[in-house]
Design a protein around this ligand. Sequence first.
Ligand SMILES: C[S@@+](CC[C@H](N)C(=O)[O-])C[C@H]1O[C@@H](n2cnc3c(N)ncnc32)[C@H](O)[C@@H]1O
Length: 352
Amino acid sequence: MAFTGTRAVPAAAAAAAAATLRGAPVAEPREAIRVDSHLDGGQERALADDVLDGLTRPFKELPPKHFYDARGARLFDRICELPEYYPTRAERAILEQRAGELAASTGAVELVELGSGTAAKTRVLLDALHAAGTLRRYVPFDVTESMVRDSARRLTAEYPGLQVHGVIGDFERHLDRVPRAVGPRIVAFLGGTIGNFPPGSRRRFLRQLARLLGDEDFLLMGTDLVKDPRVLEAAYDDAEGVTAEFNRNVLLVLNRELGADFDPADFDHVALFDREHEWIEMRLRARRELRVNVADLDLLVHFDAGEELRTEISAKFTPERLTGDLAAAGMQMAAWMTDPEALFALTLSQRS
Ligand SMILES: C[S@@+](CC[C@H](N)C(=O)[O-])C[C@H]1O[C@@H](n2cnc3c(N)ncnc32)[C@H](O)[C@@H]1O
């Protein structure tokens, strides 16, 4: 259950009940769920462009958003439960400790969440906003349709009176489709997903996020912190091999969406910490020389034995790096919150 104790009857429901007793006409309650999709074929075009661009370069690369079809999203959920994957537990611990304070200090009536996934940790924030009596609307925004629709259904059942306006889209292309604010809001970007942007695009993206914020709004962002490379590498290369499966899943996406003929078993999963850039890289390394046909693009891709395809970077942060990125994007940090072991940070920022 998301919250316990006596639940107040939402004001609209109480008014409707009173009106019925008086025999007055009852206004139809507004639909609790609305979901807008902005992908319609556009995502396949984006995938095709990324494949044409990324697999014809000397150093092959694909952006990480293509991991997340329904299977990829389920695999990511399993990763979050793994003993090696500390970021989810650390971020949750911070949220559990600070959510009440966040609700009180922001006065937010709505929570917009970019890359919302299963919205598992989100419940901690929703509980706090509900307990503060301000919660009106939740806006989950994700590229995975099933995740947005499932969380909309589950959360409207768990939080009576909550409006959910889901957005199925690519936050690199559709940020302007976030619905207009209904009051002060928190824009949450959790899970360390900001680390998936290389530095230049990261600052560009943060500038776009700043534009989304009104004077009363806050950005709540989760960032993984620089630490012992052994801890970092284990988090991206678990003993059970779930992250390896997640990594190879992108090849199955290419097979299904673009008629490619990758055999995932031809690739090893590689996770390494790049000390110069302070980011984790996930790669897929060809076990032998390969020729892969991407039928829909009329593209033949050659891999030498041992050649690598980079599938994700996950940048790790220091307070200075994050402050610099936020400042360059026109934002100012209002709060820096970490877990007891300082593994992960949550920051609250406003437009400067
Ligand atoms: C690292 S997971 C984090 C999930 C969740 N926020 C958490 O903290 O556990 C990244 C999420 O962002 C979504 N995502 C990745 N790239 C995206 C994009 N370009 N546009 C929209 N959603 C994206 C994925 O589908 C996934 O749900």
